[in-house]
Write a protein that binds this ligand. Structure first.
Ligand code: ADP
Length: 275
């Protein structure tokens, strides 16, 4: 039984034009799956359908084998934590502390156990000094940090990140990604990350590629992300290692590990030593 099974899913906002077209995919338990695609390809819509914020027109969504419908939506939402790109609509509390507490309350965490949890996660995302600040007055990046802390504090079985670190600088992104990865491993959390970061995709277990509402590739990043020309056609960026391998190939240097920077460096060292 997979944590997420989506079958033949279709959806339109206006009952005319489908923005999600007959989409089927599965996310394995404990995996780090990435969902990529050009802007407007339907990724956020899929995330909203999975947590029941939008209602599907056709198909089915199964979470841990349980079909998502009006009767199951509340139970299912308890298992899934989602962080949106724009966290503004996610804040409920008057302060950062209240906001993280609100999520914990919803997960029936006793109030005397909350403070250490709130402090731990605020510290993990580097927001300790803002605990008594109003979330709405924070910068975009700080808001994203708080939204992530609030969701991680609830330790969801399934975590959906919808470009959740897009407003952070590269250093902040790396820091938060490392935290998410650590919790993913420690808690065997299943992650579905919607991202534009091809390097994040290369480090994931499984990638799903969307184009104009359809899934057009689904598999291992080391297989799916190798064709630079195809990625460009899909309005996506190719991984740095793949671009470098292609440039080397133009110079007559063929490498086998074009999806893996470390493997490629080893190969190049071997080639140099042979010369
Ligand atoms: P992505 O996350 O891949 O950028 P979205 O799922 O946000 O794509 O959008 C898919 C399509 O649905 C786009 O054409 C977008 O304009 C449209 N869309 C998204 N949200 C709404 C909405 N609330 N009302 C109408 N159309 C929408």
């Amino acid at each position: 039984m997979n944590p997420i099974d989506v079958k033949d899913l279709s959806f339109s906002y206006d009952q005319h034009l489908d923005v999600v077209k007959d989409v089927s995919f599965s996310v394995e338990r404990g995996s780090y799956t990435t969902l990529i695609g050009h802007n407007g390809s339907g990724k956020s819509t899929i995330a909203k359908l999975i947590i029941g914020l939008l209602e599907k027109e056709q198909g089915s969504i199964l979470i841990d084998g349980q079909e998502l419908n009006n009767d199951t939506v509340e139970t299912i939402r308890r298992k899934i934590g989602i962080v949106f790109q724009n966290p503004d609509n996610q804040f409920i509390g008057a302060t950062v502390r209240d906001d993280i507490a609100f999520g914990l309350e919803n997960h029936q965490v006793p109030s005397n156990e909350m403070d250490p949890i709130i402090e731990k996660y605020a510290s993990e995302v580097g927001m300790t000094e803002y605990l008594d600040h109003e979330p709405t007055r924070l910068s975009g990046g700080q808001k994203q940090r708080v939204a992530i802390a609030g969701i991680l504090a609830m330790k969801p079985e399934i975590l959906i990140l919808d470009e959740a670190t897009s407003m952070l600088d590269p250093e902040g992104k790396e820091e938060i990604n490392a935290l998410v990865k650590q919790l993913h491993k420690e808690n065997n959390m299943t992650i579905l990350s919607i991202t534009h970061d091809v390097e994040e995709v290369m480090q994931s277990d499984h990638v799903i590629v969307m184009y104009e509402g359809r899934i057009i590739r689904d598999g291992l990043p080391s297989q799916v992300m190798l064709n630079e020309q195809e990625l460009v056609r899909l309005k996506l960026d190719a991984p740095y290692s793949v671009k470098l391998a292609n440039e080397l190939s133009k110079l007559g240097i063929k490498v086998k590990n074009s999806w893996n920077m470390e493997g490629m460096v080893d190969e190049l060292c071997q080639l140099l030593l042979k010369k």
